[in-house]
Each structure stands twice: as C-alpha cells, then as structure tokens.
Design a protein around this ligand. Structure first.
Ligand code: HEM
Length: 340
C-alpha cells in the first residue's frame, strides 16, 4: 500500500478542511494577483500569486483523488470527496456568484459573500456527515448505464456541432481580435441559427443534469487517478456551463453587449488588470483543459468497454489530455494578450 493510501483514520477525518481552506483562499489569491499586476510588482510576483489561485483546484483535486483510493468509504470520506469536487469547481462558482451579485446590483462584496457561502456549506457538511448516504445505487445500475450512454452520445454531438469549432475559434485569439472575429462570424452563422441554438442550449442543460445524477454514485466508489479526474472535471464543467451560459445570455446579450472576443478578454483593460475580470483567467483556462480531460476520460471508458487493453487506454487518454494542455496554453496566452 502506498503512503497516500495509508492515510490514518484521524487524518482522513480532517481531510475536508483542505478543500474548504483552499476555497476560502481563492478570492484572496485573485485579489492579490490583480493588485500585484496593477502595482507593477513584477511578472514573477504576479505569476506566483496567480499560480496560488490555480493551486486551489489542484489541492482540491488531490483530495478527490486521495479519498477515492481509500480501502473503506466512510460517510465522512464520501462527503469530504463531494466537498473537494465543489472546491475544484471554485473558479466557475466564484464567477457565477460574481455575475449574479452584479445583476442584483450588490457590488464589492464578492469576497465576503463567498466566505459566507462556504461557511454555510461547512455547517451543512458537519450536520450530515455522521450519516452514510442512504441510496443503494447498485439497485438502479441499468438506469445508470442508459443515462451514461445518453450522456456520452450527447457529448459527441455537442462536441462536433459546437464545442470543437468553439475552442478552435479561441485558438485564433493569439493571432489577434480580427482573426478571432473572422472565424467567429463564420461559426455564428451555424450556432446562432434560430433552430440550432436552442438545441445546443438544451443539450448543455441535459449534460449538466445527467452529469449531476451520474456523479453521485461516483463519489461513493473507489477510483483511480483518471476516474478521479473524470469526476472532478465533471463537477467543474457543470458549474462552468451554467455560469458561462448565464454570462453570455443574461449578463451580455440580454443587455445588448456583443459577446465577442473583446468582451471575453475584458479589452481594452485586460483580464489581469481588471479587479473583477481576473477571475476569468482560471475560469476559462481550466474549462478548456478540464473539458478535454473529461472527454478523454469518457473515451477511456468506451475503449475499456470494447476490450481495449489498459495500457492502450491509458496511453490514448493521456495523449488526448496532453493535447488539451497544449490547446489550453495557446488559448490562455491569447486571452492574456500574447500575439504571434
Ligand atoms: C477559453 C474558453 C472560452 C471562452 C473565452 C468562451 C467565450 C465565449 C463567447 C465569447 C461566447 C459568445 C459567442 C458569440 O457571441 O458568438 C461563447 C458562447 C458559448 N460558449 Fe464559450 N467560451 C469558452 C469555452 C467554452 C466551453 C469550455 C464551453 C462548454 C463546455 C462553452 C460553451 C459555450 C456556449 C454553450 C455558448 C453559447 C453559444 C450560443 O450562442 O448558442 N464555452 N463563449
């Protein structure tokens, strides 16, 4: 047994503190990064503080992973794992909360509302953690299989029709706003089509709902690294999609803002220099990476079901994840103003 598998019972009991503390730190990391950037404290300082914001979902993911490899799943382990999944999704959750507060005209209190929400979550956590989740998921195994297949088919459809072109479009950001716009205008002709757009949105909502149903048993089962990645990325995407659709349709388009690249990257101020928009850096970059990682893990499941060897499955999955990391770097660089 490895060292992480042998975490003592007492340590596991308190593991939930890790994602909780990390989530509380998240807005501070963003605030300090923004202040360092504006005060021209130097690129290494801003970078270090930004990386500490990224460390929040990374630490939370570590917790999802560690809880997944324990030999015994107690109620506290399961709940720590669910809390960790939520902390992985801190970037889109913080963005969603910020947009909702802005729409409610509550400005400048994001940090305190965020802390209050997490404290409320912990209060709930401590109240329910003494009881094991009571649903026996194995009794509904066939329903879960059908739902997983539907979730997979919908993923492929939405990937081909919208997501692959959408992310391809964002790769053009490094060539400048004009190049991005030229590709977007061609793509808008397709996805803004009067009958296709509602289908895309409904499919995304189906993905969120089916994903939330599928994630519940997953947080109670033992899991390896890639299983943990699939669960954690699923939690991130559920919040990201809800947050992103709300931003595009409610915050922007409803009020007549053109949802172009300049809007997405907070031009002309820039994402790092704007105290509110700096949260979009981890929010968007992790969305690209975790979307591709989530699809890669889904592909691994399909390959396994078709008898492909574990080694081949793992090689293919990690290759796709590697491509995702590259795409994420290019898109993020473009969003931060790097031009080639
Ligand atoms: C770097 C990452 C991303 C950026 C900067 C971004 C930005 C944008 C922008 C600017 C729009 C409006 C497009 C337009 O007006 O034509 C949009 C629409 C949308 N995005 Fe993203 N996006 C990103 C990633 C994603 C991901 C990962 C998803 C899904 C998992 C997603 C789902 C959507 C959806 C559903 C729409 C609405 C499409 C419609 O008009 O019907 N985006 N995004």
């Amino acid at each position: 047994m490895s060292r992480v598998q042998k975490l003592t019972h007492t340590r596991l009991e308190w593991l939930w503190l890790l994602p909780f503390a990390a989530a509380l730190y998240y807005p501070w990391a963003l605030q300090w990064s923004n202040q360092a950037h504006v005060a021209e404290a130097g690129a290494p300082v801003t970078l270090a503080l930004m990386l500490s914001a990224y460390a929040v979902p990374v630490l939370a993911f570590y917790c999802v992973f560690v809880t997944g490899i324990q030999p015994v799943m107690t109620a506290r382990v399961v709940l720590a794992r669910r809390l960790a999944c939520l902390a992985v999704a801190a970037p889109p959750a913080y963005t969603l909360m910020g947009v909702l507060l802005y729409l409610m005209k509550i400005n400048g209190h994001d940090l305190w509302v965020w802390s209050g929400l997490w404290l409320a979550l912990i209060a709930y956590f401590s109240m329910v953690s003494s009881t094991l989740p009571s649903i026996d998921f194995s009794r509904h195994a066939r329903t879960y299989v059908k739902l997983r297949v539907a979730h997979g088919i919908a993923s492929v459809a939405i990937l081909l029709v919208f997501l692959a072109p959408h992310l391809f479009n964002h790769l053009f950001g490094v060539l400048g706003s004009d190049a991005h716009r030229a590709v977007m205008e061609v793509l808008r002709g397709v996805y803004r089509n009067g009958w296709l757009e509602p289908i895309i949105i409904v499919t995304f909502f189906f993905q969120i709902l089916s994903g939330l149903v599928l994630i519940r048993p997953r947080t109670q089962q033992r899991a390896d690294l890639l299983d943990a990645l699939q669960t954690a990325s699923g939690a991130y995407l559920a919040l990201f999609i809800a947050s992103h659709i709300n931003s595009v349709f409610t915050l922007a388009r409803y009020f007549g803002t053109d949802t172009d690249y300049a809007w997405a990257v907070a031009e002309p101020v820039g994402l790092l220099a704007d105290a509110w928009s700096i949260r979009l850096v981890p929010h968007y970059s992790l969305a690209v990476f975790l979307l591709i990682a989530h699809l890669a893990c889904g592909l691994r499941g399909v390959l396994r079901n078709h008898g492909v060897s574990e080694t081949r499955c793992a090689t293919l999955t990690w290759t796709v994840i590697g491509i995702g990391a590259l795409a994420t770097l290019v898109i993020t660089a473009g969003m931060l103003g790097v031009r080639v």
